[in-house]
Ligand binder design. Structure first.
Ligand SMILES: O=C(O)CCC(=O)C(=O)O
Length: 193
C-alpha cells in the first residue's frame, strides 16, 4: 500500500513546506553548486566498488567523525550561509547540530537507495533535519516490518524533520525520476556523537 499525503506521514517524520522562501532556496541552490568541493566517492556494494549516484559533500565541526557503508567521510569548512541555517535550525529545534551531509542530485537520474540513518555515531533516536533546494523530488518512506510505503514530494525550501523511531522503524529513499531534468541539493543537519 502506498500513501501520498503530507498530513499522513508516519510517526517521527514531520514536513514543513516553507522553511526558506522559494526565491532564496533557488538562489542558495545555485550558490552551493559553485561553492563546495563536490565529490562522487566510491562505495562497496556486495563486494564491488561503485560511484555513488549523486554528488556529495560533508561538513563537520572538529571531532565530529561520520561515515556510512564502512567509509569515513572527509569534511570541509562551514560556509557562512550554511552556518546561519544551522543556527536557525538549532534555535527552532533545540538541538545542537555539528555535522551536515549535502547531496546534489544533478537530475532525476541521480538517486539515494533505501537505507536508515542508524549509524552508531548518530545515537539512539537521532534528530535529523533535511532541507531541500531546487527541483521537487519524491521521497519514499517504508515501514521495515509491514513494508507499507509512504511518498512525499519534497519541494524547494522545505524542511523534513526525522526524529524519534524514524530510523529504527523505517527506511527511506529518493528514487529515480527520469522526467526530472533540474537539479536538487539536500542538506541533512545531524548530531554526531
Ligand atoms: O535527498 C534526500 O532527501 C534524502 C537524503 C538522505 O536520505 C540522507 O541524507 O540520508
Amino acid at each position: 500500500m502506498s500513501k501520498l499525503n503530507k498530513e499522513c506521514l508516519p510517526e517521527g517524520f514531520q514536513y514543513f513546506p516553507h522553511g526558506i522562501s522559494f526565491d532564496k532556496s533557488l538562489a542558495l541552490y545555485d550558490y552551493l553548486c559553485g561553492h563546495l568541493p563536490w565529490q562522487q566517492p566510491e562505495i562497496r556494494v556486495y563486494g564491488k566498488l561503485h560511484r555513488i549516484p549523486r554528488l556529495q559533500c560533508f561538513i563537520a565541526d572538529q571531532n565530529a567523525n561520520y561515515g556510512y557503508s564502512g567509509k569515513q567521510l572527509d569534511s570541509c569548512e562551514w560556509l557562512p550561509v550554511l552556518s546561519s541555517i544551522r543556527t536557525r535550525l538549532q534555535q527552532q529545534y533545540g538541538q545542537a547540530f555539528n555535522a551536515l551531509l549535502l547531496n546534489w542530485y544533478r537530475d532525476g537520474q541521480d538517486t539515494m537507495g533505501w537505507h536508515s540513518d542508524d549509524e552508531r555515531e548518530l545515537g539512539n533516536e537521532p534528530m535529523i533535519v533535511s532541507v531541500s533546494l531546487g527541483a521537487s523530488r519524491l521521497f519514499k518512506i517504508r515501514d521495515k516490518v509491514t513494508r507499507e510505503t509512504y511518498s512525499i514530494l519534497l519541494e524547494t525550501g522545505s524542511f523534513l524533520m526525522m526524529s524519534g523511531r524514524s530510523q529504527h522503524d523505517f527506511e527511506h529513499s529518493l528514487p529515480k525520476q527520469a522526467k526530472v531534468s533540474q537539479g536538487r541539493i539536500n542538506l541533512t543537519f545531524r548530531t554526531v556523537g
